[in-house]
Write a protein that binds this ligand. Structure first.
Ligand code: UT7
Length: 324
């Protein structure tokens, strides 16, 4: 008998304000056409003034609980992946714990930038398997609009705000890959690449929150090479092959990266969940957002094999293979 982390429910929240590509033509030398053809992004959501990452994450968590028919009393722990916390501390997760009215359990944040949700899923799976919790809320929530330099056309057009939540529940399996739940995890990072994608401020340096800086084309090359490799490795660990994959749920950074990864995995695009056109890159929120949108559309069937993969600042990258 093996403890498995099975998806019990999903939910998401997107701020009301939708920002079309044309918005950026006012402040930088860019065009809707360039953004669409180079990234696949058509629009993104930006949080309202005063609306914080914990506000978005709380709404996503409430949506997931409602869809799963559960209440906050049924949850043992909250893990939030974010790089844009409301405050330096306490964690966004404890703020959401309080917002949900949870009177027990534990909550903490994880920071692995755009790979954050994959890291959070891996962490949640380890917690559940170790018996430290039976039911967990895993949330990706971001307000990247707060760290954008709106005069830098190479970065400001790429990112958006939002939150997605997944409820994982411990269930008993046989230990082979016919089980439902998380079947394998592959995590990687290489801090030598820190200058490719970073924020130029922080508590211990400038004392400010800073702005996002990226050498886009270098990150692009790493992404194309590393995402397919991590997905293949995680599939190997699960004893599965690409042709057994029903759904790729990729980090939604750039349509061209997603297409290149699917091609390297031999997957047709109709097996790929795509939200990049409507959400842009929401960093750690992008995978749970995509998962929740596809789940709400009834696209995943029980028994389907899903692969989630992401790469971001660090560089940090990884994948999770799970059976729905
Ligand atoms: O989520 C974390 C991981 N992040 C990523 O995965 C992002 C990875 N990188 C990318 O998605 C792409 O590299 C970008 C979308 C950021 C850029 O696309 P690219 O095809 O790699 O363009 P580039 O950086 O090589 O730039 C090509 C040209 C440059 O002009 P010159 O030097 O050729 O005259 C840029 O200045 O495009 C220019 N450019 C723009 N032009 C109009 C860059 N940004 C823009 C823009 N509008 N917004």
């Amino acid at each position: 008998m093996t403890r498995r982390s099975v998806v019990r429910g999903t939910g998401h929240y997107l701020p009301e304000r939708i920002v079309a590509n044309a918005f950026f033509e006012q402040s930088t030398d860019t065009s809707d056409e360039w953004i669409r053809t180079r990234t696949g992004i058509e629009r993104r959501h930006f949080a309202a003034e005063g609306q914080t990452t914990s506000d978005l994450g709380l709404r996503a968590a409430q949506a997931a609980l409602e869809r799963a028919g559960l209440t906050a009393d049924d949850i043992d722990a909250v893990i939030v992946a974010t790089s844009t916390p409301d405050l330096t501390f306490p964690s966004v997760a404890t703020m959401i714990q309080s917002g949900l009215g949870m009177k027990r359990g534990f909550a903490y944040d994880i920071q692995a930038v755009c790979a954050g949700f994959v890291y959070a899923l891996a962490n949640a799976d380890a917690m559940l398997r170790a018996g430290l919790a039976d039911r967990l809320l895993v949330i990706g929530a971001e307000t990247f609009s707060r760290i954008l330099d709106f005069t830098d056309r190479a970065t400001c057009v790429l990112f958006g705000d939002g939150a997605g939540a997944v409820i994982l529940e411990a269930q008993t399996g046989t230990g082979d890959n016919s089980d439902r739940g998380i079947l394998s995890v592959d995590l990687n990072s290489n801090g030598d690449y820190r200058d490719l994608l970073y924020v130029d401020g922080g508590v211990a340096t400038t004392g400010t929150s800073g702005h996002l800086r990226m050498q886009g084309n270098s990150v692009f090359r790493h992404a194309v090479e590393k995402l397919a490799a991590t997905a293949h490795h995680a599939l190997d660990l699960a004893g599965l092959t690409s042709d057994q994959v029903d759904w790729l749920v990729p980090h939604q950074a750039n349509m061209r990266i997603i297409e290149a990864t699917a091609k390297r995995m031999g997957l047709p695009m109709d097996k790929v969940v795509l939200t990049v056109a409507d959400h842009g890159n929401t960093s750690a929120a992008s995978i749970p957002l995509a998962m929740s949108v596809a789940d709400a559309q009834g696209r995943f069937k029980p028994g389907d094999i899903l692969v989630a993969e992401a790469i971001g600042g660090g560089l940090a990258w990884g994948s999770v293979v799970l059976r729905w």
